[in-house]
Design a protein around this ligand. Structure first.
Ligand SMILES: [Zn+2]
Length: 156
């Protein structure tokens, strides 16, 4: 997984990627419809590619669910699980963890902990503040953290 290959795949899907470095842009990345705005400092990096793959899930969901998805992000209330943001982010963070597993050859506990913090912390307004549940939902599809799920990568 490289930045260039990931960028090319997204562009083939009609997803535009626009690097941003500006004081008004506090996010690592954000998706608006079919456009991904990403911090310029991750452009060209494997971590940036993983970010693009996360945002691509949102871009596809925007195309599929439209206003439903918009509403869960633009309305200030409700916060917490009732906001339903966690439904979309669960799909996207599973893709983040898959990409990081490909990058590092295994599911690292630190990556899972990082993803869990996104759900349980202030950044997304405590969208699903139940760490054990989030961890179970996130790693359901992949091998357990630290289990060496990167055998495939190690064979390359
Ligand atoms: Zn996201």
């Amino acid at each position: 997984m490289t930045w260039a290959a990931t960028l090319a795949a997204l562009e083939r899907e009609g997803i535009r990627v626009r690097p941003v470095s500006a004081p008004w842009f506090p996010f690592s990345a954000i998706t608006l419809g079919r456009t991904v705005l990403v911090q310029r400092d991750v452009v060209g990096t494997p971590r940036g590619a993983a970010t693009l793959l996360h945002e691509a899930v949102h871009a596809r969901d925007f195309a599929r669910f439209g206003i439903l998805l918009w509403l869960t992000y633009v309305l200030p209330f409700p916060v917490g699980p009732l906001s339903l943001r966690w439904l979309w982010e669960l799909r996207a963070y599973r893709e983040s963890l898959r990409a990081l597993r490909e990058l590092h050859g295994e599911t690292r506990p630190a990556d899972v902990a990082w993803a869990v913090r996104q759900f349980t912390g202030r950044g997304y307004l405590w969208m699903l503040p139940f760490p054990r549940l989030v961890r179970r939902l996130l790693v359901r599809a992949g091998p357990a953290p630290g289990s060496g799920g990167g055998a495939r990568a190690a064979q390359r």
